[in-house]
Design a protein around this ligand. Structure first.
Ligand code: PLP
Length: 391
C-alpha cells in the first residue's frame, strides 16, 4: 500500500496534470479482463476509450505486432515499407477511398483532413480562406486547429486565439444547416456520425441526407470524423456506412491498430491527389509496427464480427432499457450512452469499486467494450451496472 501511494504521488509530481485519474494502477490484461496492482480483476467496458478493439493482448494481434517488431520497427517515409502499403490497400478496398495518409492520432488524422479540404478549395476553387462548417457539440481533437473545429466553447476557453475558418451549426437541425450554408458558403462540412464526447448522440438519417444533398449541389466536401465511430464500433466498418452515402474524406484512429498509436485520413475520388510531395508529412506516420497491428485488426473485422457487435448491442439495450434508474440509451453498436437518474460520475466510481470499468460522456455513462467481448462477461458487467444504477 505504501508503494502504491508513492506511485500515485510520483505520477502527480512528474506527470502534467491533465488527467483526473482513478486510484487504480492497471498492471495486466487479457481479453476483456484486466488486473490492478492488488490483483483485483475488472471487466473492461471502456477499451482505453475505443482503442483495444479485440481487448487486451489478443493473441493474433500480439503475434502480428511482435513479428513486425522483430523484423524492423521503423524507417523514415523516404523509403518504401510493406505494412503501410498493405494497410492502405485494405482501407481502399473496404471503403472505396483511393489514397490514404497515415499519422499517429485522431487529432492528426483530422488536421490532415482539414489541410486537404483547404488545399482543395484553393487549388480547385481559388478560395484563399475557406470556411469549414462543423457541428455544435462535436469533438475533433485537442490541437489548436482541431479545437477550433470542435463545436464546444468549453474546450476553447484558455486557448484563444484559435485557428480561423471554422463556423458551427447545430446537429440534427436541417433549417439551421440550410441557413448556415447560405451564410458561410463553406467549402467543407465536418462531422461525427455519432457525437461521442458530446454525449453519444447519433445524427438523424434525414439530417445526414440533407447534408449529402446540399454538399452535392454546392460542391461542398464531406469530412467524416470516424476516430471513435470507426473500425467496427457502430456495427458497420465505418459509421457513415450506416447512412448509405460516400464521403470525400474520412479520418480514423483509436481502434484501427488495436492498441498502438495510429491515425489515417482516407481520401476519396475528388480529393485523392490533393496532397503532393512536401504538402504534408509525419515522421512516425505509417509506422510499420502500428500498421502491422492495424492490418491484423482490420482484416479480422469481417461480417461475423460486425454481426456480433449488433447482437451485443441488442443484448445491452434489452438488458438495460426500462431498468430502474436508467432513463434512456443512445448510440449505435458498441458505442452507447446511458442516461441515468443518479450522476454518471457516481455510477462510474461505484462500477469501478465493483470491478467494472465504464466511462462518461457529458452527463451519460458511456460503454465502449471490445468488439468480441464474451457474452457471459458482458452480462456479468451489465448486472453490476443495473444494480449500481438503482443506488
Ligand atoms: N475525434 C473524435 C471523434 C474523438 O472522439 C477524438 C478523441 O476522443 C479525437 C478526434 C481525438 O483523437 P486523439 O485523442 O487520438 O487525438
Amino acid at each position: 500500500m505504501i508503494q502504491l501511494n508513492q506511485f500515485f504521488e510520483d505520477d502527480k509530481k512528474y506527470i502534467a496534470g491533465t488527467y483526473n485519474r482513478f486510484p487504480v494502477q492497471i498492471v495486466e490484461g487479457k481479453g476483456s479482463i484486466c488486473k490492478d496492482a492488488q490483483g483485483k480483476e475488472y471487466i473492461d467496458l471502456g477499451t482505453g476509450i475505443a482503442v483495444n478493439t479485440f481487448g487486451f493482448c489478443d493473441e493474433e494481434w500480439v503475434n502480428a505486432v511482435t513479428k513486425q517488431l522483430c523484423t524492423f520497427q521503423h524507417t523514415s517515409n523516404l523509403y518504401y515499407s510493406s505494412p503501410c502499403i498493405e494497410l492502405a490497400k485494405i482501407l481502399c478496398e473496404r471503403t472505396g477511398c483511393e489514397k490514404v495518409f497515415f499519422s499517429n492520432s485522431g487529432a492528426e488524422a483530422n488536421e490532415c483532413a482539414i489541410k486537404v479540404a483547404r488545399k482543395y478549395a484553393a487549388d480547385v476553387k481559388g478560395i484563399k480562406e475557406p470556411v469549414i462548417l462543423t457541428l455544435v457539440n462535436s469533438f475533433h481533437g485537442r490541437t489548436v486547429t482541431t479545437l477550433a473545429a470542435t463545436g464546444q466553447d468549453v474546450f476553447h476557453k484558455d486557448f484563444l486565439p484559435l485557428t480561423k475558418g471554422f463556423e458551427y451549426t447545430p446537429a440534427n437541425d436541417i433549417e439551421a444547416l440550410k441557413e448556415n450554408v447560405k451564410k458561410y458558403n463553406p467549402s467543407a462540412i465536418m462531422f461525427e456520425t455519432v457525437q461521442g464526447e458530446g454525449g453519444v448522440i447519433p445524427l438523424n438519417k434525414d439530417f445526414v441526407d440533407e447534408m449529402v444533398r446540399i454538399a452535392s449541389e454546392k460542391d461542398i466536401l464531406l469530412i467524416v470524423d470516424e476516430v471513435q465511430t470507426g473500425n467496427g464500433r457502430t456495427g458497420e466498418l465505418y459509421g457513415y456506412m450506416n447512412y448509405g452515402f460516400t464521403p470525400d474524406i474520412v479520418s480514423t484512429a483509436k481502434g484501427l491498430a488495436g492498441g498502438l498509436p495510429i491515425g489515417a485520413t482516407m481520401l476519396f475520388g475528388k480529393v485523392k491527389d490533393v496532397l503532393t510531395p512536401s504538402s504534408h508529412g509525419s515522421t512516425f506516420g505509417g509506422n510499420p509496427v502500428s500498421c502491422a497491428g492495424a492490418v491484423n485488426i482490420l482484416s479480422r473485422i469481417d461480417n461475423s464480427v460486425l454481426k456480433g457487435v449488433k447482437e451485443r448491442n441488442e443484448l445491452i439495450i434489452n438488458a438495460l432499457s426500462g431498468a430502474k434508474g436508467i432513463k434512456s440509451i443512445t448510440g449505435m453498436g458498441l458505442m452507447l450512452g446511458i442516461e441515468t437518474e443518479r450522476p454518471a460520475g457516481d455510477i462510474v466510481k461505484e462500477c469501478l469499486d465493483r470491478g467494472v470499468l465504464v466511462l462518461t460522456a457529458k452527463t451519460k455513462v458511456r460503454l465502449l467494450p471490445a468488439l468480441n467481448i464474451p457474452v457471459d462477461t458482458l452480462i456479468k458487467a451489465l448486472n453490476v451496472i443495473k444494480e449500481v444504477c438503482v443506488g
